[in-house]
Design a protein. Structure first.
Length: 462
């Protein structure tokens, strides 16, 4: 049996609760669907009361419960399970003083960058990281609560939809290094002053930064000077990445080769070249962000470069699959996890730089949370589509109608108001040799469209 992550007594001391049945937990879960044997189950109260699912959690293997109501299981009793989860996270941080912690936010790329940093941390020693995109007011304390006491380095993804959401999360993590991948027009419908409000919200990541901490910032972003100033207000050391002159890690080359790329960088005056398994052009600056964050978390450079060289594209974020169809195969590029104007343009630029033998085909669904400028943001994709030499465009969603109208008839492949109605049209139009990229926001079901195309596969390739 794995070593205990928490004993019932340790939990009670951490959260100010009372032990009602002794147990030891090897993990922490808030969802019966993901409970593993030995977990502490934390029933949160939201639209539904998690206490109603305690019996199911125990049946699935939970060792004990952090409960605010009487339960038929070993438990630690508290007044409020959410506040207790937060307290458990803080206790996990405090009992691991040796742990160097990093936090990542940004309008685009934070999950992939966090995963790549995690890869470097795991090569370097005992590491811990967010799973999936656990980056909100529940996900961050949950990730902390899951952190083993012998963790040497950890990285946390931190997200937001509104102002004042990141400040408490940064306070929980108290990072030694933070990164802001970029700032762009994402969630801007929630900010009266648009992108400026997003920049201010991202700058909240500096709130919990440890004394003499490092802030890794995108030198090519229009908000760099503002973010640099905000970071320096809290005494941070600012390290920058990008193509801009004077960047700490200055990108001097990004060459796509087959299933990967070669990156050239001037790192504080020293020329370095390294390889990636990524082909997306955004991985030029992204890899430099990862490199600087790993340095800030005391990971040797050789280890960092080895991790980057082995880090493969994540499902929904550029992962590729060869799909067999009658007459041959096509390549599915799954960019369906999420979308905004910045990531759309980056994905299109990558597709345009790719060598293809057939057609470049894109299937896009609505970008959400763009506010009153949504139609303009969608229509403006016509230009990067043309620059990428895309042959055929398929679109779904009421906002994508603006792009449809901005496209020349020669590029129009098909349009539907709802994603489900586009699937069969797109599937029927794909030809052998095509490279088909699917991208859109989570809420507009781009993932379902990509999954439907994947099921067209007639068998594994030998």
């Amino acid at each position: 049996m794995p070593d205990a992550l928490w004993t019932a007594e340790e939990i009670a001391q951490a959260v100010g609760g009372q032990v009602a049945g002794d147990f030891a937990a090897t993990g922490v879960s808030i969802d019966t669907r993901s409970v593993e044997h030995g977990d502490l189950f934390v029933p949160l109260v939201g639209a539904r009361d998690g206490h109603d699912f305690v019996a199911q959690a125990v049946a699935n293997g939970a060792a004990g419960v952090l409960a605010a109501k009487a339960v038929d299981a070993p438990a630690v009793m508290v007044a409020d399970t959410f506040k207790a989860l937060e307290a458990l996270g803080v206790a996990a941080r405090e009992r691991a003083p040796q742990c160097k912690r990093g936090a990542v936010t940004g309008s685009v790329g934070k999950t992939s960058v966090t995963r790549a940093i995690e890869a470097g941390l795991r090569l370097a020693g005992q590491a811990h990281a967010s799973v999936k995109s656990y980056n909100n007011h529940i996900g961050v304390p949950l990730t902390l609560a899951r952190m083993p006491r012998d963790t040497e380095r950890a990285v946390f993804e931190v997200g937001m939809n509104h102002a004042d959401e990141i400040v408490p999360l940064s306070g929980f993590v108290q990072p030694h290094a933070v990164a802001i991948t970029t700032v762009g027009p994402v969630h801007i419908e929630n900010f009266p002053d648009g992108e400026a409000g997003v920049a201010r919200a991202k700058a909240e990541i500096f709130a919990g930064l440890r004394p003499d901490g490092v802030a890794v910032l995108n030198a090519d972003n229009r908000w760099f000077d503002y973010l640099k100033g905000e970071a320096e207000k809290v005494g941070a050391r600012v390290w920058s990445f990008g193509e801009a002159a004077g960047a700490t890690a200055r990108l001097t080359g990004f060459k796509v080769e087959d299933a990967g790329a070669t990156v050239s960088v001037d790192l504080r005056g020293e020329p370095i070249t390294f390889s990636l398994l990524q082909t997306g052009v955004h991985w030029g600056p992204n890899s430099l962000c990862v490199l600087l964050m790993l340095e800030a978390l005391d990971v040797p450079r050789e280890t960092a470069l080895a991790a980057l060289a082995a880090f493969a594209p994540i499902e929904g974020r550029g992962a590729e699959k060869t799909i067999r169809i009658p007459g041959g195969v096509f390549t599915l590029v799954d960019e369906s996890y999420n979308a905004n104007p910045v990531s759309m343009q980056a994905a299109l630029k990558t597709l345009g730089a790719r060598k293809v033998t057939g057609r470049r085909v894109i299937a896009l669904t609505d970008m959400l949370e763009l506010g009153e400028d949504s139609e303009r943001f969608h229509a403006e994709l016509a230009e990067p589509i043309a620059s990428a030499n895309v042959d055929v465009v398929f679109l779904a969603g009421v906002h994508m109608k603006s792009l449809w109208e901005a496209l020349p008839p020669t590029r129009r492949g098909g349009y539907a108001e709802v994603t489900e109605k586009l699937t069969s049209v797109l599937a029927g139009a794909i030809q052998p040799g095509d490279v088909v990229m699917v991208k859109g926001s989570n809420g507009s079901k781009a993932g379902a469209l990509a999954a439907a195309l994947a099921t067209l596969d007639l068998g594994e390739q030998g």
